[in-house]
Design a protein around this ligand. Structure first.
Ligand code: XMP
Length: 323
């Protein structure tokens, strides 16, 4: 019968047999799937696995530290963190168009990730033959694939690496659904904050600033987002909402009054949604007192923000993210 213990035992054995004495690498995104896949492979092959985490500077408050400290503490994994903030900010300078931002972030991400891979491969030791991915069962079904323990398929890499380099994929979560992945992660001792994480877009806060992305704006949005998350968690609402993007309208200003003076600051948008699969969504009817607390704290504590607005649009017509 299905138990998390059985799944872990089975996969650990299958991964050991598959990888042998070779090495594997795994990209960590901060999301649940890659974290659980990495933890499982780490349990199987220990120091033969190296994880790569690209910090693009578009993470929320505490996220990079969560990977650097909590994830490593829980798994003992060998982690290479690449600080690429300056590179990403330079590439994003002057860009306001959402699609252009997404393309730039995607492109830079792949470049940095492949450079890190190449450095790991160039290290002394056995060859790196395996790439770990957190593919789930729904992903497999969607792309018409089959099942089986620790499925593998060959994967040609692009750019930055030798042309003929081939990775074999290790996908230990291929038979699992999201809730099962969470149970396996919990069983492996991953922190609650990683295992129960709500969805967060790969391009990060870069697509939650309407307007140009700058360090100053990111810092401001990080503060506002941290306050919203803190209060939603304190109110016990994390499981009731699917996710709550917090968006900075950097190109909009409105007049306010704070202390004894006129302000001319930016609005922050709260976008709490409920959803089953993110294809459609409804705006969450959050308690007014929680909204009031978030609004008061953000306008009091975040410089340059003098207004908090609530997005009451379902999807469709609005997408969950603003960009
Ligand atoms: P939208 O805005 O399209 O978002 O309604 C649907 C879900 O997808 C997430 N999202 C992304 N996730 N990379 C990701 O990994 C992306 O580029 C991306 N864009 C949106 C979004 O947070 C929501 O959960």
């Amino acid at each position: 019968s299905w138990t998390t213990d059985n799944v872990i035992e089975e996969q650990v054995a299958a991964i050991r047999e598959l990888v042998g004495d070779k090495r594997a690498i795994c990209g960590l995104s901060g999301g649940v799937d890659s974290a659980v896949a990495a933890a499982l492979v780490q349990k199987a092959i220990g120091s033969q696995l190296t994880c790569v985490y690209v910090d693009h500077g578009l993470m929320r408050k505490g996220e990079t530290e969560q990977v650097e400290k909590d994830f490593v503490a829980a798994t003992g994994v060998q982690l290479k963190v690449v600080d690429a903030e300056e590179r990403f900010l330079a590439a994003l300078a002057g860009v306001s168009d959402p699609e252009e931002k997404r393309k730039i972030i995607g492109r830079e991400f792949i470049r940095v990730f492949e450079q890190a891979q190449a450095e790991i491969i160039a290290d002394e030791g056995p060859a790196v033959e395996f790439l770990v991915q957190g593919t789930l069962y729904p992903d497999v079904v969607e792309s018409g694939g089959g099942t089986g323990a620790a499925n593998i398929k060959s994967h040609h890499n692009v750019g930055g690496l030798p042309e003929d380099l081939e990775f074999k994929l290790v996908e230990p979560l291929r038979q699992l659904f999201k809730d099962e992945v969470r149970m396996v992660g919990q069983e492996l001792g991953l922190p609650e904050e990683i295992v129960q994480r709500q969805p967060f877009p790969g391009p990060g806060l870069g697509i939650r600033i309407v307007g140009e992305v700058t360090k100053e704006r990111l810092d401001l949005l990080r503060e506002a987002d941290a306050i919203a998350r803190e209060e939603l968690t304190a109110a016990g609402l994390d499981r009731d909402i699917w996710q709550c993007p917090v968006v900075l309208l950097a190109d909009v200003r409105s007049v306010g009054v704070q202390g004894d003076g006129r302000t001319y600051g930016h609005p922050i948008v709260l976008r709490p949604v409920s959803s089953e699969d993110a294809m459609t969504a409804d705006w969450s009817r959050l308690p007014y007192d929680v909204l009031a607390k978030i609004s008061t704290r953000i306008t009091n504590e975040v410089r340059d923000v003098n207004r908090v607005v609530l997005d009451v649009t379902s999807k469709p017509p609005g997408t969950i993210e603003w960009e």
